[in-house]
Design a protein around this ligand. Structure first.
Ligand code: TYM
Length: 328
């Protein structure tokens, strides 16, 4: 069975974008892959995070993974910080990556834009090499992510290939898996920008644990054009296309069929239908989340997951250290 690996940072509230671009893919693919899904908490501290908030979001993320349908019987779910081999390999990869490569990372450029050099951590800069370690430590074949992470997976491939050339075949070269329709869910108020948990305008972003009625209101207030036709055309009709994507992904109805179903509807009717689907999705998800977060399930799953993750990672780091000359 081929291996799948992916992770999410426990910073900010998880959004509908995180669900549709990433978690839904993990859930849909888990039966066909040996899956490793982790909480990327080491990545979370590349920017300052309040300790209590980080702890809460870490547990919440695991509960949300489970509430969304990750099956801990078959999928290994773990905390990155509990597996020291990530940072061990991260350092080795940092020493096999170039400043020029990291300078080209658009996420770093975006996140450090308009900030002084004294406000940008070195961790934020070298974070893609830790992400590369997260992936190749497990010889992952596939990495499902949203489009914003594609460049990091490409860098991972380059570093892995370079290492293999220098030190002999060691790592599998991973493939990014990017959903064609949900690779980027857009902000509801500014549909040319990614829906993001750090977005300043909360009206544009739906978070997974927010009040379903409030979320429905945000859909009703989403910015659209004035053409009043339910047609998927991301270039010319980004707002309505984003809503079609959300509706299609949550109901598993293909985009063409959504267009057909609403061909005689106006935007008000369509928005109402999308709002209902989103609010029902959140209601169901939150009921499951409540059940899990108030049980011992989160610790049970993490205790089990870390054992398997460590075992695989330990063997890989041993091999790497031997190849590089970091043993006696
Ligand atoms: P993060 O935590 O920013 O995002 C988690 C996942 O959600 C996707 N995503 C979206 N997809 C569609 N539309 C959106 N609006 C949207 N917003 C977020 C992201 O593309 C991502 O797949 N560096 C990673 C975490 C990470 C990782 C890894 C991922 C660390 N190590 C190894 C894969 C493999 C990150 O910051 O994602």
């Amino acid at each position: 069975m081929k291996r799948l690996l992916s992770g999410i940072k426990p910073t900010g509230e998880l959004t509908l974008g995180n669900y549709l671009g990433a978690i839904k893919q993990f859930v849909d693919m888990q039966k066909d892959y040996e899956s490793f899904i982790f909480v990327a908490n080491l990545h979370a501290i590349t920017v300052y995070n309040d300790k209590e908030e980080l702890l809460k979001r870490t547990r919440d993320l695991v509960a949300i993974y489970l509430a969304c349908g990750l099956d801990a019987e078959n999928t290994t779910i773990f905390l990155q910080s509990e597996n020291n081999y990530h940072t061990n390999l991260g350092w080795v990869l940092e020493c096999n990556a170039y400043v020029g490569e990291l300078n080209r990372m658009t996420q770093f450029k975006d996140k450090s834009k308009n900030k002084s050099e004294n406000a940008i951590t070195c961790g934020l800069y070298t974070y893609p090499t830790l992400m590369a370690a997260d992936i190749i430590l497990y010889d992952a074949d596939v990495v499902p992510v949203g489009i914003d992470q594609k460049q990091h997976v490409e860098l991972t491939r380059n570093i892995a290939e370079r290492f293999n050339k220098r030190y002999g075949q060691t790592f599998k070269i991973p493939e990014p898996i990017i959903s064609e329709i949900t690779q980027k869910i857009y902000d509801l108020q500014n549909p040319t920008k990614k829906m993001s948990k750090t977005e300043e305008n909360p009206k544009g972003c739906i978070t997974l644990l927010e009040n379903p009625a409030a979320a429905a209101k945000k859909i009703m207030g989403a910015v659209t054009d004035s053409d009043n036709k339910i047609k998927y055309d991301p270039e010319n009709k980004p707002g309505i296309s984003n809503l079609i994507t959300i509706y299609s992904a949550l109901t598993n109805v293909p985009i063409k069929d959504v267009e057909n179903k609403f061909k005689d509807s106006n935007y008000g009717t369509f928005k109402k239908a999308v709002a209902e689907v989103v609010s029902q999705f959140l209601t169901d998800l939150q009921a499951k989340y409540q059940e899990i977060i108030n049980s011992g399930k989160v610790d049970e799953v993490l205790d089990k997951g870390i054992k398997k993750a460590r075992e695989i990672a330990q063997a890989k780091v041993k091999e790497v250290y031997e190849k590089v000359g970091l043993s006696r």
